[in-house]
Each structure stands twice: as C-alpha cells, then as structure tokens.
Design a binder for this molecule. Structure first.
Ligand code: HEC
Ligand code: HEC
Length: 341
C-alpha cells in the first residue's frame, strides 16, 4: 500500500476542528489509518429543500405550469419528445443511454445529465454554457438535434393555439400582459426543476445520524475525503460547484474540448463542470461522453487521472459503496405526470 500523504491534506481541509488538527503532524506516518469522523462532514454543508430563484417567486402556479411544460411533447417539432424523454423523472432524471436520441433519431453530442438537483449547480450543461435552469430550458426545445422547433415564435404560437394554456400562464405570471412568451416557458420549466431535489441517507448522516451509513460506506466516505475527491466534488451535492480538467493529474484521451468552446481560453481545454455525485449509482453511463459504464471503472479513472494516485481493490470497493449510498428519494408526488391542457 502506498503511504497516504493525502490524509493529512484531507483532514486539514476540515479546518478548525481541534481534534483533527492534532493528527496533522508535519511528518505523515507511512500508513495512517483512514478513519471516519463525523467532524469531516461539516465541509459538505446541508442540502437545501429547493434551489431558491432570484428575481421571481416559486409559486404553486408557476411550478405547476412548469411541470406540464416539462412533460409537454407538443414543444417538439414531431410532437413526441419532451424534456422527460431524455430526462425521465421516474428513473433519476436520465435515460441510461450513452447518447440520447433527438427527434429525428440521431444521437446527441453528449451524455444527458440528470435534471435532479441540477438547479443547485453553479451553471448548466457539462461546459457551463447556460447560467441557470431557466436559461437552460430554452435550449433543447430549439436545438435541431433535440426537440427541433424552428424558432421561439413558433413555440409560442403552438402554446397559444392550445386554449387551456392561457389561464395557466396568466396565473403563473400575473404581472404580464402577454404571459405566453418564450422567456416564461423557460422560467416555468426552470421553476419546476428548482424543487427536483433528492434527499437521502447521506443527508441523515450529515444531520448527525451516524447509523445512516454502515462501516464500509463510512470507510468509503473517509477515503473520498482523504484521497482528495472532495477537493473537486464539494458541497452538499458532492459536485456542481466548480470546473476542472478531465485528466488534471494524468491526461485522459478525449476529443471534446469542453469549457474551451464557451470561453475560448486555452486553459479551459478539456475542462468540464465537476458533476454532482448525488444518485450517481443510478445515472450511468458516466462522463460527458457516456464512455464509462461502471462506477468501479469511474472511480479508478478519477483516482489515477484526477489525482495521480492508486488505491487497493478493497478501497475502490468501499468508495463505490459510499457512492451508491448517495442515492436519494425521487419525489413521487411532485413528479407525477400531470394532465396536459
Ligand atoms: C434529446 C434529448 C434531450 C432532451 C429532449 C432534453 N435534454 Fe436536457 N440535456 C440533454 C443533453 C445531451 C444535455 C447535456 C448537453 C451538454 O452539456 O452539452 C442536457 C442537459 C440538461 C441540463 C443540464 C444539467 C447539468 O447537470 O448541467 C438540464 C437541467 C436539462 N438538460 C434539462 C432539460 C429540459 C428542461 C428539457 C426540456 C425543455 C430538456 N433538458 C430536454 C439531452 C436532452
Ligand atoms: C480535479 C478535480 C476532480 C477530482 C479530484 C475528482 N474528480 Fe471526479 N470528476 C471531475 C470532473 C471534471 C468530472 C467530469 C469529467 C467529464 O465528464 O469529462 C468528474 C466525474 C466524476 C464521476 C462521473 C460523474 C458522471 O455523472 O458522469 C464520478 C463518479 C467521479 N467523478 C468520482 C470521483 C471520485 C470517486 C474521485 C476521487 C477518487 C474524484 N471524482 C475526484 C473532477 C474531479
């Protein structure tokens, strides 16, 4: 086994916890035991119940309209594809395919990430090119390779022809004189997504219930912190807070330039948003190109290519068990398919 120098770093990251500071001796012992300590949890914070928006209020009316539009196939050019086609809410917000198929049957260019908890991310898409879920939602409807609508006026026209939508838009946007407009479509869908949050056992642990995890899961969590995973996969979602290069420590073959396409900055080549690890056991295949089918392989790749380290098989197993423990509860009532007007 390699000496785990990272342990000292991992523990220091918990900062200010006296009991742990004592362990951070200047010369690390060759094989420090990776032990779980409830104090390390404070770095993850707390999962909020919703991603509260700025600029408007999450009223019942706006959320209910957003749910309908999320499930609305008439927002696609062939009348058959909705957000829920590629991000099915009853299967953790993704379809399990390497690449989803657009309205014309062609595969899309990147793996579909889950729509659960996405509203809490620092920005949307693998490369962060949309600022928030409201802006994001306006993209796929008009994307030629996805829902394929010709332009936003056309979308608005379709919605205006469905008589039942006018009172719903009026109730959701009471201050607007012409409430059926494309911005409001994005806002309503985004509003609905802001409550697609999936708390689970990890949150019981974060709240102090040590019995929420078994020993292997606790070892896996301790390793996740001590190995350095939590330096990128930060916060209550274990991700979604920052960008990082795929292949930060050792280059990783790939052709997608990631965030470089957004910023044009050389330093952003192969940089992607660090994904959330919530429900990660349910949302494979992995990476922006869906190239990695199993969580075991995914952990090995991260250990080597993001951190330049190695772990024993039993340690990988513990880490995978920890990652699987991040599966939360899908809000069954909230996502129930609504009757469309
Ligand atoms: C044809 C499949 C498809 C459809 C339909 C679709 N999406 Fe997506 N969605 C994707 C793909 C692929 C990505 C990632 C694209 C990228 O990052 O470049 C994505 C990204 C997202 C993200 C960003 C999540 C994150 O972690 O950054 C959200 C949120 C989202 N979609 C919601 C929606 C909503 C809302 C709709 C309906 C208006 C929708 N999608 C329709 C395939 C689809
Ligand atoms: C230097 C930052 C960094 C570190 C450290 C890091 N990751 Fe990642 N991780 C990323 C980025 C960036 C991606 C997305 C890359 C992509 O899709 O191209 C990712 C993707 C993943 C995924 C796949 C997520 C998905 O939805 O496809 C898993 C699982 C994962 N990391 C687990 C880990 C584990 C476990 C560790 C520690 C061994 C770790 N990561 C360390 C940045 C990091």
């Amino acid at each position: 086994m390699k000496p785990r120098v990272a342990l000292a770093i991992g523990l220091t990251a918990v900062g200010g916890v006296l009991a742990l500071a004592a362990c951070a001796t200047p010369t690390p012992t060759p094989e420090p035991e990776v032990t779980f300590n409830m104090a390390m949890l404070s770095q993850f914070g707390t999962l909020p119940e919703e991603a509260t928006p700025t600029g408007y209020e999450l009223t019942q009316e706006i959320v209910d309209l957003g749910r309908m539009l999320y499930y609305e196939p008439r927002l696609s050019v062939n009348g058959q594809m909705s957000c829920n086609t590629c991000h099915p809410l009853n299967t953790y917000g993704m379809d399990g395919l390497r690449f989803s198929f657009g309205h014309a049957g062609d595969p899309v260019g990147r793996n579909s990430p889950t729509s659960y908890n996405a509203a809490l991310h620092v920005a949307q898409f693998w490369d962060g090119r949309a600022a928030d879920v409201e802006a994001q939602a306006k993209g796929p409807i008009l994307a030629g390779g996805e829902m394929g609508m010709p332009n936003s006026d056309f979308v608005v026209g379709v919605l205006k022809e469905i008589p039942g939508y006018l009172p719903l838009f009026e109730a959701a946007f009471p201050d607007d004189t012409d409430p059926i407009n494309y911005d409001n479509v994005g806002t309503a869908i985004g509003a609905f997504e802001r409550k697609l949050i999936t708390p689970g056992r990890f949150d019981l642990l974060l709240a102090g219930d040590e019995s929420a995890f078994n020993d292997a899961e606790k070892r896996g969590l301790a390793l996740f912190v001590s190995t350095g995973c939590a330096s990128c996969h930060t916060g209550p979602l274990l991700g979604g807070t920052m960008y990082a290069k795929l292949g930060a420590a050792e280059s990783f073959a790939g052709s997608d330039l990631g965030r470089f396409n957004v910023t044009g900055d050389e330093a952003d080549k192969y940089v992607f948003k660090v994904p959330s690890l919530r429900n990660i056991g349910q949302t494979g295949p992995y990476l922006h190109d869906g190239s990695i089918p199993t969580l075991e392989d995914m952990v090995r790749i991260m250990v080597r290519h993001q951190l330049g380290k190695e772990l024993e098989d039993n340690e990988i197993n513990d880490m995978v068990l920890f990652l699987r423990s991040l599966t939360g509860e899908v809000p069954a009532d909230y996502i129930a398919r609504p009757e469309l007007p």
